[in-house]
Design a protein around this ligand. Sequence first.
Ligand code: ZN
Length: 65
Amino acid sequence: MTGARGTGVRTAVRRAELPMLRAYRLWFEHTRKCAECKGVRTAQDCCAGGRDLWAAYRHAYAEGA
Ligand SMILES: [Zn+2]
C-alpha cells in the first residue's frame, strides 16, 4: 500500500466526475424548466432536447467510469 498511489487514483476520479456532474445538472435543470419534461418518469420520455442532454450525461458518465 503506497500513499502516493492512493492519492493519484483519488485525483483522477475527482477530475472525471466534474463533466459528468455538470452534464447531469444541465439535464436536471432542463427537466424543471421544460413543460414537456416536467412530468417524465425516465429520461427516455423527455423531449428531443432533454434526451440530448441525457445522452451527453450518459456519455460523460461512460468516460468517467
Ligand atoms: Zn424538454
